[in-house]
Ligand binder design. Structure first.
Ligand SMILES: Nc1ncnc2c1ncn2[C@@H]1O[C@H](COP(=O)(O)OP(=O)(O)OP(=O)(O)O)[C@@H](O)[C@H]1O
Ligand SMILES: [Mg+2]
Length: 405
């Protein structure tokens, strides 16, 4: 079967900044910059472009923790197949996380650095995309770089995509402060014509929230990450049988609505599933909650009593959360948290969640209001539940509060 894919609409589906990079053949292609600037989408597009135009590829998509790829790069590339006219000729293996194109003699494999044996066992790699490259240590990078060698039909390239979180990062030293040959492209949301205006506003608003975050996520410049709120968490390896399961819910619309499924076992908290989506109406949310939360106890943002009431009427056990930010965070910080890697959004938030700083760099008592939706949902559930808020007395107190709205 001869494959013919029409590449004439490439400029229409690609941001202008990135278009010339389809044809860049440097060994290292560094795509860094602010949030939502189109880096990941382009890296995915370039993988497909090369498979379609060159063939004979075995491209590796790498992230620090393999399972986080499922809801990031793997789903991104899968969703792109139809635009590229590849749906019919792609064999998707969900459990292995691979996409094979037999007619194009090509394959994309998705793999974590946390699986070094598998990484070493794969031969014939022709190019690599490292997603969220700042997650990798310098040793991890050495392993990755070593994997791409030997004779290949087409040029070999490693694409790195990341936000410039810290000027002390090894990536800055290796690629920016040395003469190593690479193509470095900086981008911000302004380079992404596909981004929605609400997200642009969120990023512009960072100016008033936190200078450091504005620099990193809006202007795409190297910053100094620090002042993090949570360090009491690890990546969850196995999900045990839980003593109890609770849910935290933060409402959004232009911002994502976030609902976390949190198991409690021997006093430790396991965040093992998430809903995280923008543009959900309350009815959409109710539909998603049915299989997700069932009859479980949900603690939700008490600033939205009408939405809570509607969800309650739909048959859920939903209660208004205690929203005391300071006490809530103090409590959550003292617990042991385990996060399942499939909760990609929760992980991204928890890693970057930090205290606000004033102009002189002094830490304030409130968190930066950016990428904090899963963090709010988590606190609502863990803190409110700890206070025994599903006991009748506390609920009564909240019921009275309904009248005030
Ligand atoms: N070529 C494109 N076609 C359609 N939509 C796009 C395109 N590029 C970007 N987008 C939209 O913009 C959003 C942000 O793009 P992307 O995820 O690639 O940004 P990013 O630079 O990787 O952001 P982050 O730094 O937060 O990871 C995407 O979710 C998608 O909706
Ligand atoms: Mg990205």
């Amino acid at each position: 079967m001869k494959i013919k894919v029409n590449l004439s609409n490439l400029p229409a589906i690609t941001n202008d900044l990135y278009y010339p990079l389809y044809f860049n053949d440097d060994r290292y292609l560094i795509l860094y910059g602010g949030a939502g600037s189109g880096k990941s989408v382009f890296a995915a597009q370039k993988c497909l472009f090369r498979i379609v135009s060159e063939g004979y590829h075995r491209i590796l998509v790498i992230r620090k923790v393999g399972r986080t790829l499922r809801n990031s790069s793997f789903s991104l590339i899968r969703d792109m197949l139809s635009t590229w006219g590849l749906s019919k000729i792609a064999i998707i293996n969900r459990s292995e996380m691979s996409i094979t194109f037999p007619e194009l003699r090509s394959q994309i494999l998705f793999l974590g650095i946390d699986d070094p044996e598998k990484l070493k066992s794969i031969s014939g790699i022709t190019s690599i995309w490292v997603e969220e490259a700042t997650e990798l240590s310098s040793d991890d990078w050495t392993q990755v770089d070593l994997r791409l060698r030997g004779k290949t039909k087409n040029y070999k390239q490693i694409i790195l995509t990341f936000n410039p979180v810290s000027a002390n990062h090894w990536i800055k030293k290796r690629f920016f402060d040395s003469q190593i040959k690479s193509k470095i492209v900086q981008s911000t949301y302004k380079d992404n014509r596909f981004i929605d205006s609400e997200y642009k506003q969120v990023l512009e608003h960072l100016k008033d929230e936190d200078e450091e975050y504005y620099k990193i996520y809006a202007r795409g410049e190297w910053g100094t990450h620090g002042n993090f709120i949570y360090s009491n968490w690890t990546i969850l390896k196995d999900v045990p049988d839980m003593d109890e399961i609770i849910y935290g819910l933060d409402f959004g619309y232009n911002n994502p609505s976030a609902c976390l499924k949190i198991g409690i076992k021997d006093g430790e908290y396991y965040i093992f599933d998430e809903i995280y989506r923008t543009h959900l109406t309350n009815s959409d949310l109710i539909e998603l909650l049915k299989p997700f939360a069932g009859k479980g106890t949900i603690y939700a943002d008490s600033a939205e009593p009408n939405r809570i009431e509607e969800i309650q009427r739909a048959g859920f056990n939903i209660f208004p959360a205690d929203k005391d930010v300071k006490d809530g965070i103090d409590f959550v910080k003292r617990q042991k948290l385990l996060v399942d890697p499939k909760c990609a959004n929760t992980l991204k938030e928890i890693e970057g969640y930090k205290w606000k700083q004033d102009k002189d760099g002094n830490s304030l008592d409130e968190p930066v209001k950016f990428a904090d939706h899963a963090m709010d949902a988590m606190r609502y559930a863990i803190y409110t539940h700890s206070k025994g808020a599903n006991s009748e007395i506390v609920l009564k107190k909240y019921e009275v509060n309904y009248e005030d709205y």
